[in-house]
Write a protein that binds this ligand. Structure first.
Ligand code: OOG
Ligand code: NI
Length: 456
């Protein structure tokens, strides 16, 4: 790429910081949550020197404070494909397909995120992006009205659109354009107190599903939460009430473990905000909240299947009375999931980064398989580190949606997941997240083996 252009990683870094500043202004409780997370992370690192060392060694420490994700919801295919082009300017590409209809939320989603090791290290910011499935609105007249309202809005300003096109043509943006792009792109995600729907329409949409009212009634896809990364989600969940934040009832995802896997998440409840409807009537809307996440190792297909099986098993138990009871039940069921890195690796349950240990030599085996890899690790020639899970979990996402839609449940939609339609609307295929982890693991292993081979 031309040196005159700012790297996509830098643009993403600028954008995520601008987004965080905007959201702290719009939702002051988010600032409170950030301070709490920072203080808990500080305590954890002070108490656990080994963890601090591991994070430092894997360059994780530097990115701890920049780690966050956000979420947005769009209404039309054209909006989704335009955002795909906007995120591409920031080196964020659609990874994964999530069907939420099965959990009673009429959307399907992807995550726009950086994909390669260096980009993830620089700034792993990602945006969980959901497309409303208008076809799931049963009432035909209301469905058409929603489509009609959406067809009049322009969620990306002409200036931002021009800069996206320029980036696509030139292959990058210079510093002035990059700065202008970040500001223009930010406008897409701002909150608007004035709804585009009148009170009666809003109420009808709301009655169909709260989320439909949230997507259709406003000028744009306001950012509905941002999420810092914590090193101890149980501590943050426990301390939230002491700083005046009302957490959702339970932490989603796997239980606390010695070797964290995938993703654990919790959120605070959405705020009730004053809005003005298109017919000048005053009202309220709840959409925006804050969330925290704790990430662990990425799982292979085999590991993920085991996770899904154990999660389903825990869901069949009678509902627990509170988060600690829920966590205790989960921990019991998850005893069947190995909890040390050596076993996770040997049994092919999780992904790792491999490195050649500096200064060592080893005779390379003719064939690389789990046994010969183990031998290289035992000889001290190779080391491995868990690869962090960078994606989302549909059951957890449904829990986060649910708690911020006022906890109201609705039955699952009869419709099927429809990745092919989603990809047509997106204007691109989504990247398979498991294939991506496998590729990164293989690349790190190839590189490490090449280093060892060069030393013989
Ligand atoms: C997205 C909810 C899902 C997560 O972290 O799983 C999510 C939304 O409410 O739009 O953000
Ligand atoms: Ni989230």
């Amino acid at each position: 790429m031309d040196a005159a252009y700012v790297s996509a990683d830098d643009i993403r870094d600028q954008f995520s910081k601008a987004m965080s500043a905007m959201y702290q202004q719009e939702v002051p409780q988010y600032g409170t949550l950030l301070s709490l997370v920072e203080s808990v992370n500080h305590d954890v690192l002070a108490e656990d020197a080994a963890l601090a060392h591991t994070l430092e060694a894997s360059d994780e420490l530097a990115r701890l404070s920049v780690e966050r994700h956000g979420a947005i919801r769009v209404g039309l295919p054209e909006e989704l494909s335009l955002l795909r082009r906007m995120f591409a300017v920031m080196g964020m590409h659609p990874v994964g397909y999530y069907d939420l209809a099965a959990a009673g939320v009429p959307v399907h989603s992807t995550a726009f995120r950086p994909v390669d090791d260096d980009a993830l290290k620089r700034n792993p910011f990602r945006v969980f992006t959901s497309l409303l499935r208008l076809e799931l609105i049963e009432n035909a007249a209301l469905r058409e009205q929603a489509r009609e309202i959406l067809s009049h809005r322009e969620i990306v300003t002409p200036e931002a659109q021009a800069l996206i096109a320029r980036c696509e043509e030139q292959g990058g943006l210079n510093a002035t354009d990059a700065k202008a792009f970040v500001q223009a792109a930010l406008n897409t995600f701002r909150w608007h107190h004035d709804a585009t729907a009148d009170r009666a329409t809003y109420d009808r949409l709301h009655q169909e599903h709260r989320l439909i009212a949230d997507v259709v009634s406003f000028r744009g896809p306001h950012i509905n939460h941002l999420t810092p990364r914590t090193l101890d989600i149980d501590a943050v969940q426990q301390q939230m009430p002491s700083v005046g934040i009302d957490p959702k009832a339970v932490i989603e995802g796997p239980p606390r473990r010695r070797c964290p896997i995938l993703l654990r998440q919790t959120s605070f409840k959405a705020l009730e905000e004053t809005i003005t409807f298109a017919d000048s009537v005053a009202g309220h809307h709840t959409a925006r909240f804050g969330e925290i996440e704790q990430r662990g190792v990425a799982l292979t297909q085999k590991g993920r299947a085991l996770y899904d099986r154990l999660l389903a098993k825990s869901q069949q138990l009678p509902p627990a009375k509170d988060n600690s009871a829920h966590q205790a039940q989960l921990a019991e069921v998850f005893q069947a999931f190995p909890d040390d890195h050596a076993t996770l690796r040997r049994e092919g349950l999780a992904f790792f980064h491999y490195h050649a240990v500096p200064g060592t030599t080893a005779s390379l085996p003719a064939q690389i398989n789990p046994d010969t890899l183990d031998a290289l690790i035992e000889q001290g020639a190779l080391t491995c580190q868990p690869m962090i899970y960078e994606d989302f979990l549909p059951v957890s996402a449904a829990g986060i949606f649910q708690s911020n839609l006022g906890g109201e449940q609705r039955d699952e939609y009869a419709s099927q997941a429809n990745q092919a339609q989603f990809e047509r609307d997106l204007g691109a295929s989504v990247i398979d997240e498991i294939a991506l982890y496998a590729q990164r693991q293989q690349a790190s292993l190839d590189k490490a083996l090449a280093v060892l081979a060069g030393r013989c």
